[in-house]
Ligand binder design. Structure first.
Ligand SMILES: CC(=O)N[C@H]1[C@@H](OP(=O)(O)OP(=O)(O)OC[C@H]2O[C@@H](n3ccc(=O)[nH]c3=O)[C@H](O)[C@@H]2O)O[C@H](CO)[C@@H](O)[C@@H]1O
Ligand SMILES: C=C(OP(=O)(O)O)C(=O)O
Length: 419
């Protein structure tokens, strides 16, 4: 199993290209099930998760070609197998996003229940309830969701009792081919949802309310192929912003969009990191010391839970204390004991972590438990004296493309140890 070895203490300087967003690419790829295609996605990232989604769609019968040099993915065809098997769904929860499109276009689907994962229980009840309100019949049997809609899905008013990115995406895709008008109330507003909506419109869907928590979708008989550029990855950008901040460097996040960084940019500024729009992206630099800032994770436009661990690494070396409250997932502090092994002073009390900044971390062998926890340990390693070895790098490869190469190109002392 590969590991990452790094030695901290070098300020990062230069330019880092930001790839297409993992969390946009996955639903966009699932949207290929809604039409014969071809759906051409440009700015497509080459990640373990996009490879897993490609494998899932291919076993459904779609043709999926990813030109990783041109960064273009072409998807199309007819699904010949409507089953999403446990082995793929357990690898990647976003596999559940095939449920809505399969049901909408083919009237049936059998998708493995994803189950919990390292960061929480992550149920799919909101996806199922919404689809049932649109006329689907769903039985849970032997770990699978057996869904049918013999007469097709019909439009409905769906109220989400909790904001869910995945449920909003599944229902949005399903509603494009439903009979009549669907209204999604208390919908998630993440930029990746806007991106999906714009792609669906390019495929012939009728959607209003993009960017708000109320999406209105008028079903159409069929969708067609389209070409769509995947939005830049705001979490990758935010991660590299923290890398520049924690090392005291200056980095251009090439292609990043400041408006998508939202609260993360505001909080970084409060912490002493400059974040400014530039002609080719976003420039991040730190000129003075870091200050402790309190944050609470929230659905967009609030502070992203997917940035919580990385921000904690920054706060671990800030002056003063910071309270970081995680409101989205119940178990997303697994990086804390590993950071503490590197000399951080962090205590967890329920859903909050109190971070008392220290002047220096020290490198150590650490164990990654999930995607963002892994990268937060790399950030801590960039600020630490001595050598850090991050084990279980496979988590990192789910969501970061050539992370070590991108960091090395701006001056980090980092390498992958193949294992
Ligand atoms: C591939 C992708 O885009 N993943 C992102 C997506 O995950 P994902 O779509 O799985 O996350 P959700 O927004 O659905 O989850 C938010 C909260 O709602 C709960 N919930 C969700 C669905 C449901 O049916 N019932 C329920 O209770 C979840 O357990 C969680 O506590 O949004 C998360 C929250 O921004 C991010 O951390 C993930 O990176
Ligand atoms: C939690 C994440 O992803 P997923 O929903 O795919 O597990 C993430 O990207 O941080």
């Amino acid at each position: 199993m590969d590991r990452i070895r790094l030695r901290g203490g070098r300020p990062l300087r230069g330019s880092i290209p930001i790839g297409g967003a993992k969390n946009a690419a996955l639903p966009l790829m699932a949207a290929a099930l809604l039409s014969e295609g071809p759906l051409v996605l440009t700015n497509a990232p080459a990640l373990d998760d996009t490879r897993t989604m490609a494998g899932l769609l291919a076993q459904h019968g779609l043709s999926v070609e990813h030109d990783t040099i041109a960064r273009t993915m072409t998807l199309g065809g007819t699904a010949t197998n409507l089953v999403a098997p446990y082995d793929l769904v357990r690898k990647m929860r976003a596999s559940v996003l095939v449920l809505g499109p399969l049901l909408a276009r083919y009237g049936e689907a059998k998708v493995s229940l994803p189950g919990g994962c390292a960061i929480g229980t992550r149920p799919v009840d909101l996806h199922l309830k919404g689809l049932e309100e649109m006329g689907a019949k769903i039985d849970l049997d032997s770990g699978y969701m057996n869904a049918t809609a013999p007469g097709g899905l019909r439009g409905a008013k769906v109220f989400f009792t909790q904001v869910s990115v995945g449920a909003t995406e599944n229902l949005l895709m399903a509603a494009t081919l439903a009979d009549g008008m669907t209204e999604l109330v208390n919908a998630a507003r993440e930029p990746e949802i806007d991106d999906l909506a714009h792609c669906l419109i390019a495929m012939g869907a009728k959607i209003e309310g993009i960017g708000t928590d109320r999406l209105r979708i008028e079903g159409v008989k069929a969708l067609h192929g389209a070409t769509h550029p995947i939005v830049p990855d705001r979490i990758e950008a935010g991660t590299f912003a923290c890398a520049a901040g924690i090392t005291g460097g200056e980095v251009l996040l090439e292609g990043a969009k400041l408006e998508h960084l939202g609260t993360v940019a505001r909080v970084l500024r409060e912490a002493g990191v400059e974040v400014e729009e530039a002609p080719r992206g976003v420039v991040v630099k730190r000129l003075s010391g870091l200050r402790g800032v309190d944050v609470m994770t929230e659905p967009f436009p609030g502070f992203a839970t997917d940035m919580q661990a990385q921000f904690m690494a920054l706060m671990a070396v800030a002056e003063g204390a910071s309270m970081i409250t995680e409101t989205i997932f119940e178990n997303r502090f697994m990086h804390v004991p590993e950071m503490n092994r590197m000399g951080a002073r962090i205590n967890v009390h329920g859903s909050s972590a109190i971070v008392r900044g220290v002047s220096r971390l020290s490198g150590a062998p650490v164990m990654a438990t999930d995607l963002r926890a892994s990268v937060s340990l790399i950030l801590a390693g960039l600020a630490a004296g001595g050598e850090t070895i991050v084990n279980r790098v496979y988590h990192l490869d789910r969501g970061y493309e050539r992370l070590e190469a991108k960091l090395a190109a701006v001056g980090a002392d980092i390498e992958r140890l193949p294992g």
